[in-house]
Design a protein. Structure first.
Length: 64
C-alpha cells in the first residue's frame, strides 16, 4: 500500500512538471489521467499491480 501511494505521488509530480514545462499540454495530460483511472477498474489492474510490485521488488534487491 505504501508503494502504490508513493508511486501515485511520484507520477502526479511528473505529470505536473511536464505540464508546467509545456512538454505536455493540460488536455492530453487529463486524457492520460482518465485513461489510468479507468484502466484501474478493468480486469487488467491486478496484473499491472503484480508487475509493478515485481519491478519494485527487483529494484529493491539491487545492491551497490
Amino acid at each position: 500500500m505504501a508503494l502504490s501511494i508513493s508511486l501515485v505521488l511520484l507520477l502526479g509530480i511528473v505529470v505536473v512538471l511536464l505540464i508546467r514545462s509545456k512538454t505536455v499540454k493540460p488536455g492530453p495530460a487529463v486524457v492520460c489521467v482518465l485513461f489510468g483511472f479507468f484502466l484501474a477498474s478493468t480486469s487488467m489492474a491486478p496484473s499491472i499491480n503484480r508487475f509493478m510490485t515485481g519491478v519494485a521488488d527487483m529494484i529493491g534487491q539491487i545492491r551497490f
